[in-house]
Design a protein around this ligand. Structure first.
Ligand code: RIB
Ligand code: NA
Length: 290
């Protein structure tokens, strides 16, 4: 089974800072690095590192060759990633000594994906494949609707959060992944608890506290604890979690096992600097003494 991911690809410029700058403050960084990021690319790398077969849908700009090479190096099929003339997406990320971050994104090519090309690429998907998307590209709703109509399992990570975007994609979803704050925002925007969403499975990530999985048909809520780790950089931890979760499901793991593996993978990522490049392999996840 193939995991189809319509997702952003960003060059992450990461500044290590003593604290996140306050409005009006000028601050010297203590470190600077560039790496592969974007919530979409991070998820594709996580799914591939977990052993999934991944086809990425998206776009990079003229400056994006190194990002495609890196994605392919991690085993992600980039045959359907478009090359544009303009700039690639990028992110300015400040990470402080307490592992907190602040992220500013320039979407670039991520918001200029050709709809016809995505449509044609997705037509190659097979019933039973899995489709996932997030909120850093265009075309989420169209692509999710097409995937759903073609009989794919459709998952959505509601990040960065936008209530209208979630509302539009909801009717096509089998699985929704949100963090605690996003779950509160969504409940408020819709005027109903996430337990009442018309999506069979809702997973709420709780950071160091693990995650909750809600089966909305019965209302059953299952909790999975996360291992305790020393956090150095939480960037991409949510993406690692979702990617590992979906790869696990594609490999036939039951939800509790897939969730347990995903929380371990995210915990390992939090102990490392960087986004896509810091996502652990399945072997590392299984071997780690967490
Ligand atoms: O979720 C982390 C990601 O958000 C970073 O890699 C950055 O590119 C932004 O998209
Ligand atoms: Na994240």
């Amino acid at each position: 089974m193939t995991l189809w991911n319509l997702g952003s690809i960003n060059a992450d410029h990461v500044y290590a800072v003593p604290h996140i700058p306050a409005p009006g403050e000028t601050l010297a960084a203590t470190g600077l690095s560039r790496g592969l990021g974007g919530k979409g690319a991070n998820m594709s790398v996580a799914m591939a590192r977990a052993g999934g077969r991944v086809a990425h849908l998206g776009a990079v700009g003229a400056d994006g060759g190194w990002m495609l090479e890196r994605l392919e190096g991690y085993g992600v099929d980039c045959a359907h990633v478009q090359r544009h003339d303009g700039p690639s997406g990028h992110a300015i990320i400040t990470v402080d000594a307490a592992a907190e971050n602040a992220i500013t994104i320039w979407p670039g090519a991520n918001r200029e994906i050709d709809p016809e090309a995505v449509k044609r690429a997705l037509e190659r998907a097979e019933r039973g494949d899995l489709f996932v998307t997030q909120n850093e590209t265009s075309l989420q709703v169209e692509a999710a609707a097409q995937a759903h109509a073609q009989g794919l399992t459709v998952a959505y990570a509601a990040a960065p959060f936008d209530a209208d975007a979630v509302r539009a994609v909801l009717p096509h979803l089998d699985l929704l992944v949100l963090n605690e704050i996003e779950a509160q925002q969504l409940a408020q925007a819709l005027g109903q608890p996430v337990e009442a969403l018309p999506v069979p499975n809702v997973v709420v990530t709780l950071g160091a506290k693990g995650c909750d999985w809600i089966e909305t048909a019965s209302g059953a809520r299952h909790h999975v604890d996360a291992p305790r780790v020393e956090a150095v950089d939480t960037t991409g931890a949510g993406d690692t979690f979702t990617g590992y979760l979906l790869a696990g499901l594609s490999q036939g793991l039951a939800m509790p096992e897939a969730l347990a593996r995903a929380t371990r993978a995210a915990a390992l990522k939090v102990g490392r600097h960087g986004a896509a490049d810091a996502i652990p392999t399945l072997e590392e996840v299984e071997r780690a003494a967490l």
